[in-house]
Design a protein around this ligand. Sequence first.
Ligand SMILES: CSCCC(=O)C(=O)COP(=O)(O)O
Ligand SMILES: [Zn+2]
Length: 211
Amino acid sequence: MSILLEEKQRAFAELRDIKANLAARGWFPATSGNLSIRVGGFEPSAFTFAITSSGRDKSVQTPEDFLLVNEKGLPTEATSLKPSAETLIHSEIYRLTGAGAIFHVHTIFNNLASELYGERGSIPVDGVELIKAFNIWDEEAQIEIPILPNYAEIPRIAELVEGAIVPRIPGIVLRKHGIYAWGANAFEAKRHLEAFEFLFEYVYRLHVMNK
Ligand SMILES: CSCCC(=O)C(=O)COP(=O)(O)O
Ligand SMILES: [Zn+2]
């Protein structure tokens, strides 16, 4: 599978813009978070995506911010850059969903909501209008956003992704870690991410109000 230079440059440019946008909201504290966009064709057993380099300050823009990796999370071009430590989670989400973009951020509200419902294994959201951002149009829709344990070994988390994915919910939360949100493209993944973060803040504040 050959990736046209043009596609790579387009993916890097999109990642640069979304990275700056999310950084301005403070969604990449302490170098946390990672972003990826799939490029080229897709087969579950063979695909390529552009992903952020590991451990970098995501609030600054440098020529070393992104690289291309294959479905195994290995660089497809000679580079000294290291892909995100969480690349295998992105690979697994692409393999299972065929998504076009995946964004991962750590925020206070996604951490609080994940801990509030950690034992339940999912975060319930009841009848909030912004659920429609997931293309769920039922009146008073009730959804459960899946939570996975935050194991130290990323392959252990990656192997749980298949069992956690809920077809109509484009996201998975890692407990006391952060959210992975995805979509058919970067525009949709960003919309989903913003909706999740709104819902996490709502869920947490509602819990505090009801105490
Ligand atoms: C200091 S954040 C710990 C690692 C993490 O959870 C993360 O999202 C960033 O890892 P990366 O390798 O993508 O920089
Ligand atoms: Zn993380």
